[in-house]
Design a protein around this ligand. Structure first.
Ligand SMILES: [Zn+2]
Length: 288
């Protein structure tokens, strides 16, 4: 299998240099990830197709930079199919005739077979696509060289699920990862183990801050991300919250009712992660 990387031409504060999509030519010509519909992406794709018909687009997850290009692709390549794991709360944003994929789905791509690997954490619908013969994993936003992956509880991100997904992918023993951002990862084990280690270190720091009396993600961000650009603070806050929610699920931390000035009291089931994402809480460590 010789996937052709095609840049999506969508640089930005959240996408870095922009996304990679991958074209697999053959009997069932397949594009992995849809990009955002930039005209330059469509042109580059048309060039790489070199007269072949685009049969299907496999989308790793429903985030804008991976999925929003489906309308432009549908307009340019009539008859193309779109496949992803359903994310009911979000898929309606990208009006395409989505066909559902699930864990273990076998998909003919080019002249080969890919297997869908459900890898939630960054997003609940996140799929990687595994080509067993070449031990290649199209890894979407599971990994990116030189940086950690954003886990947003606000968008159903889940750190515990992410760590499990990393272990699952490690068990596949991939030879290379083709990510949606950044260069090819040819040392997957080192990168994935590095992520697990990093999260362990970050968790230890957060536990220390809780013990030291810090009560809110905002206060912790100031300790953990010194000199962070103002525009990136909300993302850092989400990342800290992801750790707190993991600790809560493990029975190692708890949150009490609103304490921050001006914060509204939690309504209904305060244990729901989305409430935690929206509401202000004071967090406490539970000592064994
Ligand atoms: Zn994403």
């Amino acid at each position: 299998m010789k996937p052709i990387p095609i840049h999506a031409f969508n640089p930005g504060p959240y996408t870095g240099a922009g996304n990679w999509t991958y074209l697999i030519r053959g009997r069932v010509t397949t594009l992995i990830d849809a990009g955002t519909g930039e005209p330059q992406h469509l042109e580059a794709l048309e060039q790489a197709l070199d007269g072949a018909t685009l049969a299907q687009v496999l989308v790793t997850h429903g985030h804008t930079d991976h999925a929003s290009g489906v309308m432009a692709l549908a307009a340019k390549f009539p008859g193309v199919r779109f496949l992803k794991m359903p994310w009911p709360e979000r898929d309606g944003r990208w009006p395409a005739p989505w066909e559902p994929l699930s864990e273990g789905s076998a998909i003919t791509a080019g002249d080969d077979t890919l297997t869908a690997v459900h890898t939630p954490g960054h997003a609940p619908d996140h799929l990687c696509f595994w080509h067993a013969e070449s031990r290649t994993l199209f890894c979407g936003d599971l990994a990116q060289k030189g940086t950690t992956i954003y886990i947003p509880p606000n968008l159903q991100g889940d750190l515990m699920a992410y760590l499990t997904s990393l272990e699952r992918v490690l068990a596949l023993q991939p030879a290379r990862l083709l990510p949606a951002h950044g260069p090819v990862i040819d040392d997957p084990e080192r990168v994935l183990r590095g992520y697990i280690e990093h999260r362990g270190e970050r968790e230890a720091q957060i536990i220390a801050l809780l013990r030291g009396g810090e009560r809110t993600p905002e206060a912790m961000v100031e300790h953990l991300y010194r000199g962070l650009k103002e525009t990136l603070v909300p993302m850092a806050r989400e990342s800290v919250l992801a750790h707190l929610l993991k600790l809560e699920r493990e029975g190692r931390a708890r949150r009490s009712a609103a304490s921050a000035p001006g914060a509204s009291a939690p309504k209904g089931d305060a244990a729901h992660p989305l409430d935690a994402a929206r509401e202000e809480h004071a967090w406490h460590i539970i000592e064994p």
